[in-house]
Design a protein around this ligand. Structure first.
Ligand code: ATP
Length: 228
């Protein structure tokens, strides 16, 4: 079943057009890597899916429902959990408060978050702004999971983190994949991203230019669309 179906998506920032036709599917239980060089439209695609920016043309269906007219909180309630670029936890709430602020009933509980990120458990009563960058990122992932999303979206979740913390985040992503969590993920480290991805979607100048499995991704395609 297609969880998320994006067709011909065009998104504008004022008069300036950022997306010119993005096509993207995420099926149930699939991990889809959204790829492309800087500025090609990955974050704009994610923001459009989550209702954070309104799109001008095309369609986005989530679980068979047209999300175009819906405000972002309604899209979240339908089951889209976003870990935005740059973390963004509530700085003046504790770890515990951050986690329960967004919680909705489902399989994800504080206990499961603790098992996924044992580091967070030790810091339950600390304010989020006293956490390290990596811990804040774990908290951002934990908070998104506490909404019990059908689709989890991770935008550059490992960016700027120390290697050991990056490994913890990737281990969590692999754990989530094993449990059948549907994931749409953006990350610059292809050597970590490709092994977890079932499918890749590459954007170039706001348009989907290639879709395929990691095994089908040739050096030629990498050089053409992903090289620096
Ligand atoms: P990065 O990896 O650098 O985050 P990206 O692939 O996520 O890149 P976007 O951030 O979606 O790309 O940017 C797509 C295009 O939209 C770029 O040309 C960018 O300059 C433009 N853009 C992004 N955000 C805004 C904004 N708030 N206002 C105007 N233009 C924007």
């Amino acid at each position: 079943m297609s969880f998320l179906t994006v067709r011909g998506l065009e998104t504008f920032y004022g008069p300036s057009q950022a997306l010119f036709g993005v096509d993207l599917d995420v099926n149930e239980g699939e991990v889809v890597a959204l790829m492309g060089r800087n500025g090609m439209g990955k974050t704009t695609t994610i923001s459009s899916i989550c209702g954070l920016v309104k799109y001008g043309a095309g369609s986005i269906e989530f679980l068979g429902q047209d999300v175009g007219p819906l405000p972002s909180h309604r899209i979240a309630r339908l089951g889209v959990g976003l870990v935005p670029e740059g973390r963004r936890c509530f700085p003046n709430l504790t770890v515990y408060e951050n986690l329960i602020a967004a919680a909705r009933p489902g399989d994800w509980t504080l206990e499961r978050i603790n098992n996924l990120f044992p580091r967070l458990k030790e810091r339950f009563d600390q304010y989020a702004n006293t956490l390290s960058g990596g811990e804040q990122q774990m908290l951002a992932v934990g908070r998104a999971l506490m909404t019990n999303p059908r689709l989890l979206i991770l935008d550059e979740a490992t960016e700027g983190l120390a290697p050991v913390i990056r490994q913890e985040i990737w281990a969590a992503v692999r754990d989530l994949k094993r449990t059948g969590q549907s994931i749409l993920i953006v990350d610059k480290t292809l050597s970590e991203l490709l092994p977890v991805a079932d499918r890749c979607v590459i954007l170039e100048k706001g348009t989907t230019v290639w879709t395929g499995t990691p095994a089908e991704l040739t050096t030629d395609i990498e050089n053409r669309y992903l090289g620096v």
